[in-house]
Design a binder for this molecule. Structure first.
Ligand SMILES: Nc1ncnc2c1ncn2[C@@H]1O[C@H](COP(=O)(O)OP(=O)(O)OP(=O)(O)O)[C@@H](O)[C@H]1O
Ligand SMILES: [Mg+2]
Length: 357
């Protein structure tokens, strides 16, 4: 186990900035997810921790020791690559044992460790097979067993579940989480799947364009996103965003307006999540008409044409349902309304919705 720290770490390739100067610390035994869209610098961050990439600037510390000059194999880390990267000509036993070669572990001890980590991920019956004789999910477990065999102080997982089907992905999510809690290894999971990050990690590091946008618990990021980027990246179906112009206590949106608790001047974007919009027949709220109706299992997603713009509302199965073309009113959960400065894209945290006109 280890405490991990990045101090002003950056990575530049020729003139491409893959990672802006970054500070980060991960507590001993913590499970964090690095979440962000393709190309935002997730793998770069992970490879710098692994020692596969040298940072252009800055220091990497494990337990307060600078490890910049420590070779990857001497960092005591386990890594699972997105592609599994198993050796096709070796059987599963030798694949899992491979990292121990550099440690010069005695053969008997190595065999014991291989069996033990194979058991952890339930693949002990496949040890004599070749990777091609296993399913994708089983190969993924082999990659995990290989990462765990050295009893690493840090586990790095780069999109480890991306090639699995939905059902297998769900069961592997909870298996990895359970395993991590049992072994208490500091774990960093790279993913672009918000559900994976939310369900598995204690904290999420949300990245965009080589920069950390926000770090927080899944609840923090969902309820108090610091920017438009985080607000729209977290949550499914995505948050509704409506652009308007504020003058004094009034925010004008399309053909309607809302009243704010404070005077504000300039462009604002209102954010409201589909699950925080209520549909009613009471003549109270925003006059709307039901457009598309999309059944989504336990909920229904309604596209609403309203006086302030198009909105999506998510209604649970147990609530009244509505038909296309029906005239209704929609109401916002006031405390869930977020306001962002449209130019800087940052949250304006002191603004609240008081009333809808
Ligand atoms: N060897 C390299 N040379 C030049 N640019 C690179 C190199 N490796 C990565 N980059 C660039 O650095 C940026 C970050 O890449 P990185 O692999 O960290 O993204 P990522 O967040 O892991 O994306 P993905 O989700 O697609 O895997 C990208 O713009 C990428 O093109
Ligand atoms: Mg990547």
């Amino acid at each position: 186990m280890a405490r991990i720290e990045l101090r002003n770490v950056s990575k530049v390739w020729d003139n491409v900035v893959a990672l802006e100067p970054t500070n980060l610390s991960v507590a001993d035994g913590e499970f964090v997810a690095v979440l962000g869209p393709s190309g935002c610098g997730k793998s770069t961050t992970l490879f710098i921790l692994a020692g596969i990439y040298a940072p252009s600037k800055g220091e990497v510390l494990f337990d307060d020791q600078v490890v910049n000059d420590v070779e990857p194999r001497d960092r005591n880390i386990g890594i699972v690559f997105q592609s599994y990267a198993l050796y096709p000509h070796m059987n599963i036993r030798d694949n899992i044992r491979f990292p121990l070669k550099f440690k010069k572990t005695e053969k008997e001890e190595a065999m014991r460790l291989v069996e033990e980590s194979a058991k952890l991920v339930h693949i002990e019956e496949f040890l004599d097979r070749k990777p091609s004789q296993l399913s994708g999910g089983q190969q993924q477990r082999v990659a995990l067993a290989r990462a765990l065999v050295k009893e690493p102080q840090l586990l790095l997982l780069d999109e480890p579940l991306s090639n699995l089907d939905a059902t297998l992905r769900m069961s592997m999510r909870s298996e990895i989480k359970t395993l991590q809690q049992r072994l208490k290894i500091t774990t960093i999971l790279v993913t672009h799947d918000q559900l994976e990050a939310i369900t598995m990690a204690d904290r999420i590091i949300c990245m965009s364009r080589g920069k950390i946008e926000q770090i927080g618990s899944p609840k923090d990021l969902y309820e108090n996103p610091s920017s438009l980027f985080v607000a729209s990246f977290i949550g499914a179906p995505p948050i509704n965003l409506l652009e308007g112009v504020a003058s004094q206590e009034k925010l004008n949106l399309n053909k309607g307006s809302i009243i704010l608790n404070h005077a504000h001047q300039g462009k604002l974007t209102l954010g409201i999540r589909p699950e925080n919009i209520k549909i009613t027949k009471d003549i109270q709220g925003i006059k709307s008409r039901v457009g598309l109706v999309e059944p989504m299992g336990r909920e229904t997603l309604y596209v609403l044409e309203t006086t302030i713009g198009e909105l999506r509302a998510l209604v649970p199965e147990s609530a009244p349902q509505w038909g296309q073309g029906e005239d209704i009113f929609c109401q916002f959960e006031k405390e869930s309304c977020l306001f962002f400065d449209t130019e800087t894209e940052k949250l304006v945290s002191n603004l609240r919705l008081v009333a809808i006109e």
